[in-house]
Design a protein around this ligand. Structure first.
Ligand code: FMN
Length: 171
């Protein structure tokens, strides 16, 4: 399957980037075609709610920033993986921007499944992020392929790698 991983941590060698990279390696080893995008390192603005996309734009966004490179990849993706650090009990601002800019095509055309990778310092801080993720799965009728979380003492560990491998195996 074609998999798009959106990585939303600004820390290039951080815990979220590690989880996204482990997912990429495991998925490629299983024969999937993976595109990993470090969304936090791209200039992607928030949605303007101008509705150009749903009028004259006919699905195209009026903002000509790095999201334009992402739209064609998103249009082909069959699995969408969101990888984010937990910032104030929810997804990072850097990952919210590309998620909310999906408003232009409204629904990624070929996505059938979604997965979520979360990194945090503390335990029990995932409800906000998971609520949004599950809401998207329900609303868009995406299968929830699985969630892997890693708090401080679980980061970059074999146990977390194993959980990611298990998730990838079930895709
Ligand atoms: C702005 C900011 C907000 C954060 N908020 C939380 C939080 O609400 N709960 C928590 O457990 N950790 C919080 N953290 C810690 C990060 O989630 C944690 O260090 C995570 O592993 C960072 O991932 P990274 O290595 O990919 O950057 C926060 C960190 C930052 C920079």
């Amino acid at each position: 399957m074609k998999i798009l991983i959106l990585q939303g941590s600004p820390r290039a060698n951080g815990n979220t980037a590690w989880m996204a990279e482990e997912f990429r390696k495991a998925a490629e080893a299983t024969g999937h075609k993976v595109t990993l995008v470090n969304a936090a390192h791209k200039k992607i603005a928030g949605c303007l709610a101008c509705e150009y996309c749903h009028g004259k734009g006919n699905g195209a966004c009026v903002q000509k920033d790095a999201m334009q490179e992402l739209y064609p990849i998103l249009a082909e993706a069959e699995v969408l993986v969101i990888a984010s650090p937990v910032y104030y009990f929810t997804l990072s601002a850097q990952i919210q921007a590309p998620i909310q800019r999906m408003y232009a095509p409204f629904k990624p055309a070929k996505v059938k499944k979604m997965a979520l990778l979360l990194s945090s310092n503390s335990p029990n801080v995932y409800d906000g992020a998971i609520g949004q993720y599950k809401g998207m799965c329900t609303f868009f009728k995406f299968e929830d392929a699985g969630i892997v979380t890693a708090k401080a003492d679980e980061q970059k560990t074999d146990a977390t790698r194993e959980k990611i491998l298990e998730l990838v195996k079930k895709l």
